[in-house]
Ligand binder design. Structure first.
Ligand SMILES: [Zn+2]
Ligand SMILES: [Zn+2]
Length: 137
C-alpha cells in the first residue's frame, strides 16, 4: 500500500479539549439477541470512520451504485471486555461468544480486522449487529 502517510494523521489539538457543553446523547446499549445479556454500551464502542467501502476491496468489482451510498457497517467494534473470556485467556484471535448463551457474537483479532465498510480497526473486537439488540435508553 502506497498510502500517503502524512495526510490523514494530523491531529487538530483544539478538538482534544474537553467540551462539556455537548448535549447528552441518548445512551445506547447492546444486548445479546438471544439471551438479552448486555454485552456492550455506547462508551465501549470504538468508533471508526467508514472507509469508502468498495473502493477498499479491490478484489471486488465495484457495483454500480448511482447514489454512491455509504456502506453501512454491519458490525460494531468495541474495547476488550471482561466477558470476552478468550481475550482474558490470552488468545490472539478467536470468536467471541456470549457468556450467557454461548451464541457467537463476533470475532476478535489483536492484529486488527477490516470492517465491511473497508476501514481497518486495530486491535479489533468485532460484534455483529445482526446478533445484537440495540437499545436506546
Ligand atoms: Zn446470549
Ligand atoms: Zn465500518
Amino acid at each position: 500500500m502506497e498510502a500517503a502517510n502524512d495526510s490523514d494523521v494530523s491531529i487538530d489539538s483544539s478538538q482534544k479539549a474537553t467540551d462539556v457543553s455537548i448535549d447528552p446523547k441518548p445512551q445506547v446499549i447492546y444486548r445479546c439477541k438471544k439471551c438479552r445479556k448486555i454485552v456492550a454500551s455506547e462508551e465501549q464502542v470504538v468508533p471508526h470512520e467508514p472507509a469508502e467501502g468498495q473502493k477498499c476491496f479491490k478484489w471486488k468489482k465495484r457495483s454500480d451504485n448511482p447514489y454512491n451510498e455509504p456502506t453501512q457497517c454491519t458490525s460494531i467494534f468495541v474495547e476488550p471486555m471482561k466477558w470476552m473470556q478468550v481475550v482474558e485467556d490470552g488468545c490472539v484471535q478467536d470468536k467471541l461468544q456470549c457468556l450467557g448463551c454461548k451464541a457467537r457474537l463476533g470475532y476478535f483479532n489483536w492484529a486488527g480486522m477490516q470492517c465491511n465498510c473497508g476501514a481497518w480497526i486495530n486491535p479489533a473486537f468485532q460484534l455483529h449487529k445482526s446478533r445484537l439488540d440495540e437499545c436506546h435508553l
